[in-house]
Design a protein. Structure first.
Length: 65
């Protein structure tokens, strides 16, 4: 799950849940970081700076085999 958050207001948007699953924590973290970069690059620079926007993500294991 990945959320866009403001460090000024302390609020986060509803998280985006990935449809895909990952075999490792590393795979999940890399996709989350890449997605974070894409979100921030598409956003208006002034908005990102004014609200001090960033992302937070969580990787978790659903099941054990």
């Amino acid at each position: 799950m990945l959320s866009l958050c403001s460090f000024v207001t302390g609020e986060c948007k509803d998280p985006v849940k990935y449809k895909e699953t990952f075999d490792t924590w590393k795979e999940c973290a890399i996709v989350a970081l890449d997605t974070s970069i894409q979100y921030l690059e598409l956003m208006n620079t002034d908005t990102v700076n004014e609200l001090q926007l960033s992302t937070q993500y969580t990787c978790r294991q659903d099941k054990t085999i």
